[in-house]
Design a protein around this ligand. Sequence first.
Ligand code: ADP
Length: 428
Amino acid sequence: MSIAHPTVRSRLTLWHAGALTLVICVFAVGVFVFVRASLHRSLDQRIREDLATIEKVYREETGDLGELALRTGMHFEVTEGPTVVYRTAGWPPTGAAAFRQGTLADSAHRVVAARDETPVRQTLWALAVIMATAIPCAVGLAIIGGYLLAGRVLAPVGAMADTARRITAESLDARLPVSNSADEFGRLASVFNETLARLDAAFEQLRRFTADASHELRTPLTVIRSVGEVALHGSLSTEGYREVIGSMLEEVDRLTRLVENLLLLTRAEAGRIPLTRATVDLCELVAGVSDGLRVLAEEKNQELTVELPGPVAVECDATVLRQGITNLLHNAIKFTPPKGIIRVAARSTVGGEAVIEVEDSGPGIPAADHQRVFERFYRVDQARSRDTGGTGLGLAIARWAVEANGGRIELESVAGRGTLFRVALPRS
Ligand code: ADP
């Protein structure tokens, strides 16, 4: 700890000790002033009583002033105008002791009495000495106690710092100790732990993504390599070489698609794809997508019906949304066996939404996979989906395309009984 940058513990202790010193000093001064005033008050009271006694003896001549002085040891003086009637020996009292005087006078005479103030002064002095010794002791105790207490209170922070120091990208599953989740440090630790949990999840997702992406990229590369090696070592006819080059290009196509889709998703997730929204007629958009893919359905002898009852205006980025709908319809054609039925529809609902439905009579998606199919690289049937040439990113892109346009995507499907993807968008 340096003087210029004291620790929180020292700062807390100093503040606490400073505040306590101030309070004690104010209190001590108050007590001192109060005690002094009351001691003086009682001394004055006694002097007043002395004056009354002297006055009585003098006036009523019930006794002798000299005898009174002798008996009581009072110090006083009685004068009548300039004439001194009586004066005790050594009046006015002087010397080492301090005296306090009181006067009783009328037009004819004047009585002045004095009392030794030394006991009062001694009491006050003793009080001052006690305070001067006790205050530094109390402040010292406050500093020690405050330091220990601050150490105890701040102990969780030290423990948190130690744990946090040990946390690295590899040990993001570590959590800070939460001794009491209701206090400030407990809440801080909980918030920190929640942040760690999110980071952990993000790191895990990134790790899985890297592993999946590498795996996806390796497959076409392996195919290209093995096909190339076979062609290199054997002597093929021109037709044979053509075939080899053809299948290599197919894999290159797949790689290109994969890389493009990955790039698209990465940029989309980083929010780096600016959307240009405009009013779009969904029916026109859906008709365009269906027309583009109809040839694929025809190749598989599938029946593709398009239901577009009338214009449905939506505020969206047409290019992005088109990409999403294309992926849905492409999947429907891809996964539905030949002679299957595919239905595409766009309509507006009474609830003020625009809905697009893409339905097929294909194999369906088991309920357990409904959430996961939207994840990157997730495939219900790994082998079959890869054979169909999919990159495993189609639905992830479709979901982004819909959500980026303020909509949501729902999936209704029972394994073996076809699939229905419903896209709902706010109507403009
Ligand atoms: P892929 O490139 O494999 O099509 P997607 O992200 O588009 O990747 O789809 C993820 C998985 O969801 C697919 O592999 C498939 O198992 C399943 N799926 C998607 N659409 C359908 C559908 N219409 N019918 C049956 N299964 C589907």
